[in-house]
Design a protein around this ligand. Sequence first.
Ligand SMILES: C[S@@+](CC[C@H](N)C(=O)[O-])C[C@H]1O[C@@H](n2cnc3c(N)ncnc32)[C@H](O)[C@@H]1O
Length: 367
Amino acid sequence: MSDLLDYLRRCIAHEGPISVAQYMETCLAHPEHGYYITRDPLGAIGDFTTAPEISQMFGELIGLWAAQVWQTMGAPGSVSWIELGPGRGTLSADALRAMSGVPGLKQRIEVHLVETSPVLRQCQTAALQSWAPTWHDSIDTLPGGPAIIIANEFFDALPIRQLVRAGAEWRERTVELSDSGELVFGQTPALGIAPVLPAGLSNVKDGDIVEVSLAAMGVVRTLTDRLRDQGGAALIIDYGHGASAPGDTLQAVKGHAFHDVLQDPGSADLTAHVDFAQLAVTARKAAGVVYGPLTQGAFLRALGIELRAEQLRAKANLEQSIAIDSALERLTAGDAMGRLFKVMAITAPGLSAPAGFENLHSSDDST
Ligand SMILES: C[S@@+](CC[C@H](N)C(=O)[O-])C[C@H]1O[C@@H](n2cnc3c(N)ncnc32)[C@H](O)[C@@H]1O
């Protein structure tokens, strides 16, 4: 039996069933045995591959997006580049390299990384040495001032609560022990839950699951307060949905394949789809200006990914050209990451629309 399974069994035996949010948080972030604490899960020999690991084009375009935000802010003398959950540091490295080409910007950037994984902090140290980053365990210790904040596949790792419709009431989905000591899902009454349910939910049927991430809403609230008062913009990229809807999206992935959520806790990545509508409502309540979400394909095309691919191809050999085409396809095609992944920006009031979102109409596709 793994150490984490043993720990969870003992906790549940002593204190009773735990919420799905507690289960997720323990599996991912337990200080000794948590999934992200113990490994680098990225890449072909890991569990999953993220967009910046597919191609340098992804981080470069985000860097140019950020440079444009800096210019629309009036080119402040100092700006924090903040990445939440930077993985191997690849996105930041590609973005900062692209930003360095913008006259007057490089010397104004301070790099701040919010990262809980000691293993991934080591990768980030190697990737970002020349930028002398400052690390933070949480957003609470970030310094003030104008900021450009990037989060790629960060919000999907934040714990969700799962609420189950039961007649006129709601119950909370829990993780508990079966008679034989196995981890199984259960339910307990969820009292006073109505205020945190997503607004605008309709057609919720008996037995449906509705997911709520108080952790994600808390992060968006804090970031928006900061952007509103001190200037800047945030870019959130993740897989998820543009409108709140019932559904069980909790999933485990191990070795690039789906895995049982309750089996071998701490050995697989646990995520849930991001409810962009909930995040948008939270940001607007804090007086942030919200753009999107757009699909990742539409966003990257608007930023000129096809042109960037053409530039790279011009200097590439045949093998490299094939890899560039394949990366372009993976990042933008509707049946790859182009449609499921969404991009949403939050800016301080008064800032003009960030790149990629200028021609956004309310009917833009975000499903
Ligand atoms: C799926 S990886 C994405 C990595 C990177 N953004 C990329 O696109 O390659 C999730 C990242 O978020 C970090 N992370 C997960 N939960 C976190 C938390 N609560 N606070 C800070 N970082 C966290 C992980 O250690 C990892 O760096």
